[in-house]
Design a protein around this ligand. Structure first.
Ligand code: COA
Length: 318
């Protein structure tokens, strides 16, 4: 049997930093409110002219270097993003051109904050069935461009960045299992209502009913943890690291309790990155690999929740 294994990771954050104190002069908010309700202290934002593909390229080159591979070794590119540079070509095709890769399939995948988990699920299946041997999976976002910077209930929450993983075919996992779900019945709770497709391009800003999203996220993520453990006959004590989507420290703490892990065993970057949507898990993953916390052979649980709603998990033997 063929499985997919993590060969390398990389990430990239734009240089510009916006602290909570900086936000106090943008909207009616305070550093104390943002820290207490979300755990966020600062976030990175793209500068004028900097694109989602720029972030994806930098993260991808670092992941390829960590994997000891050349771009020409890649035979599948999946970019999870909610903020593509253009309607088309896809950001994956733009990235493919930057990396001077030709011919392999390249496509974007849109599942908002669950995008990276969805992309891992898809790429793992390509590799398991033999359709790809070395896949580049990227989560990249310029979410700051989707924000209404006069809406204090949303603009304080998000940031920009990219993370990437190179997956390779292997005889043993790797990705043990992945689980993805969606329910469009909740579309109104977290959305960008406008778009060119519906003739409302002027309403292309994030709207959220934060309280309701919070409650649904905690319940749903709790269920996906149970589903993942049950599918593999594992118990909570088998998990070495939780790598959650970085939306809010209070949701992350609730998930740590659910998995019965101390916070030292949870990778937390929300204080430095804010919510970078599909980039948040690969960014956090790369940070914890590069600082030496996550080691080969350990069991990792990734979980995410996002607009749609979408939600999912990936269980990995690193
Ligand atoms: N600064 C100061 N006050 C703010 C504020 C801000 N940035 N944003 C909202 N407030 C105010 C509200 O207006 C409200 O005031 P009121 O009581 O006078 O009406 C008060 O703070 C409490 O608002 P509420 O929405 O109940 O706060 P909360 O504790 O639910 O926290 C979130 C708000 C958004 C941080 C929280 O609901 C959350 O994290 N939800 C999940 C969001 C998420 O993860 N989304 C992405 C999923 S991928």
């Amino acid at each position: 049997m063929t499985f997919s294994r993590i060969l390398g990771t990389g990430s990239y954050l734009p240089a510009r930093v916006m602290t909570n104190a900086d936000l106090e002069s943008v909207v009616d908010t305070t550093d104390a409110w943002i820290r207490e309700r979300t755990g966020i202290e600062k976030r990175h934002l793209v500068s004028e002219g900097e694109t989602c593909c720029d972030l994806a390229e930098a993260a991808s080159r670092r992941a390829l270097e960590a994997a000891g591979l050349q771009p020409s070794d890649i035979d599948l590119i999946v970019v999870a993003t909610t903020t593509p540079d253009q309607f088309f070509p896809s950001t994956a095709c733009l990235l493919q051109q930057r990396l001077d890769i030709h011919g392999c399939p390249a496509f974007d995948l849109q599942a908002v904050c669950t995008g990276f988990v969805y992309a891992m699920d898809v790429a793992d299946k390509y590799i398991r069935c033999g359709a790809a041997k070395r896949a580049l999976i990227v989560g990249a976002e310029t979410f700051s461009r989707l924000l209404d910077w006069s809406d204090r209930t949303t603009c304080v929450l998000f940031g920009d960045g990219a993370g990437a993983v190179v997956l390779g075919a292997a005889d043993e996992p790797g990705i043990i299992s992945s689980h993805i779900h969606a329910d469009g019945a909740y579309k109104d709770l977290l959305q960008v209502p406008g778009g060119h497709g519906n003739g409302r391009p002027d309403e292309a800003y994030v709207e959220m009913r934060g309280n309701e999203v919070f409650r649904f996220a905690v319940t749903t993520l709790g269920r996906i943890v149970d589903e993942t453990l049950e599918a593999n006959g594992l118990s909570r004590s088998d998990i070495d690291w939780l790598i959650p989507h970085q939306a809010n420290i209070r949701i992350i703490q609730a998930m740590a309790r659910k998995v019965d892990l101390p916070m030292e065993r949870v990778v937390v970057t929300v204080q430095d990155h804010g919510n970078t949507s599909s980039a948040s898990i690969p960014l956090a993953f790369d940070v914890a690999i590069r600082d030496g916390r996550i080691k080969r052979g350990e069991t990792l649980l990734m979980e995410a929740f996002g607009g749609g709603f979408t939600w999912g998990s990936v269980l990995i033997k690193y």
